[in-house]
Write a protein that binds this ligand. Structure first.
Ligand SMILES: NC(=O)c1ccc[n+]([C@@H]2O[C@H](COP(=O)([O-])OP(=O)(O)OC[C@H]3O[C@@H](n4cnc5c(N)ncnc54)[C@H](OP(=O)(O)O)[C@@H]3O)[C@@H](O)[C@H]2O)c1
Length: 251
C-alpha cells in the first residue's frame, strides 16, 4: 500500500508513456510531479483532470530536462508534495528518422542531452538526496530505455539506440552502487508503442508500419508500459534491482 504523501517524479508527463505513468501512479495513490518542456495546455488539462478533490496531488512543472539546474529544480518542487520515493526518467526524443549519414549535429547533441545526460543528472540528484537513508525508506528509480538498445535501429536512429543502451548500463551500475542504501534502480524497455514520438521523428504512421515485425502483431499502448513502471515502483518488486524489463510484444 502506498504511504500517504509519497511522491513520484515523472519526466515528460504530458503525452504518451509519461502521461500514462502519471495517470496510473495517481490511481495507485501516489502524488506525482511531472515535467514537460513545451506543452503547457496539455499539462494544465492533465492536472485539471486528475486533481478532482481539494487536495492537489498532481503537479506539472514546465522544465526542460536539459537545463543545467533542472534536476535540483525538479526535486525541490517534488518535495513540496511530500516524501519523494520514486523517479521515472521518461522524457526522450529520437531525432529525425534516417541513416547515420543524415544525422545532424543539432539532433545528435539533443538526443544525447535529453536521453542520456539529463537522465544521469537526475540519477545523480536522487543519489545525493537519497544516500543518507536514515529513515529506512525504500526508494526506486525507473529509467525508460528502448528495444532500440538491443536492435541498434539501423537506418532509423542508431544514435538514439546508443543512448538507450547507455541508459541500461547506467541503471545496472547505479543499482549496485545504491543497493546498500535501499534504492532500487531498474530500466523498463518498451518495444514500439503508439505515441506521438513517431510523428516527431518524421513518420506518424511508423508504429503501424512496423507492426508486422512484432511477434504479438501490434504496437503496444502507453498504458502497457505504465503497468510495468507501476509494478517497479510497488512493494511487489522489492527484490528487483539492476534489471531491464522488456515490454515489447516479443521483440
Ligand atoms: N513510443 C515508442 O515506441 C517508444 C519505444 C521505446 C522507448 N520509448 C521511450 O519512452 C519514452 C517516452 O516516449 P513517448 O513515446 O511517450 O514520447 P512522446 O509521446 O514524444 O512524449 C514525450 C514526453 O516527453 C516530454 N519531453 C520531451 N523532451 C523533453 C525535454 N527536453 N524536457 C522535458 N520533457 C521533455 C514531452 O513533452 P514536451 O514536448 O512538452 O517537452 C512529452 O511529454 C522515451 O524515453 C522514449 O525514448 C518510446
Amino acid at each position: 500500500m502506498v504511504k500517504e504523501k509519497s511522491v513520484v517524479i515523472v519526466t515528460g508527463g504530458t503525452r504518451g508513456i509519461g502521461r500514462s505513468c502519471v495517470e496510473r501512479l495517481h490511481k495507485d495513490g501516489f502524488n506525482v510531479l511531472f515535467t514537460h518542456s513545451n506543452s503547457e495546455n496539455d499539462a494544465q488539462e492533465l492536472q485539471n483532470t486528475l486533481n478532482t478533490t481539494k487536495t492537489k496531488r498532481i503537479k506539472g512543472l514546465h522544465c526542460n530536462v536539459t537545463d543545467l539546474d533542472a534536476a535540483s529544480r525538479i526535486f525541490c518542487e517534488a518535495e513540496k508534495l511530500g516524501e519523494v520515493v520514486g523517479l521515472v526518467n521518461n522524457a526522450g526524443i529520437t531525432g529525425k528518422l534516417g541513416p547515420m549519414t543524415q544525422l545532424t549535429d543539432a539532433d545528435l547533441s539533443n538526443v544525447v542531452e535529453v536521453n542520456l545526460t539529463s537522465t544521469i543528472r537526475l540519477c545523480r540528484e536522487a543519489a545525493i538526496r537519497w544516500s543518507n537513508n536514515s529513515n529506512g525508506i525504500r526508494r526506486s528509480i525507473v529509467n525508460i530505455s528502448s528495444v532500440a538498445a538491443r536492435t541498434g535501429s539501423p537506418g532509423e536512429y542508431v544514435a538514439y539506440a546508443a543512448t538507450k543502451a547507455a541508459v541500461e548500463t547506467l541503471s545496472i551500475g547505479l543499482a549496485k552502487e545504491l543497493a546498500s542504501v535501499g534504492v532500487l534502480v531498474n530500466a523498463v524497455s518498451p518495444g514500439t508503442i503508439d505515441t506521438t514520438i513517431h510523428a516527431r521523428a518524421g513518420e506518424p504512421g511508423r508504429a503501424m508500419r512496423v507492426a508486422s515485425r512484432i511477434p504479438l502483431g501490434r504496437p503496444g499502448q502507453p498504458e502497457e508500459i505504465a503497468n510495468a513502471v507501476a509494478w517497479m515502483l510497488s512493494d511487489e518488486s522489492s527484490y528487483v534491482t539492476a534489471s531491464v524489463m522488456n515490454v515489447a510484444g516479443g521483440l
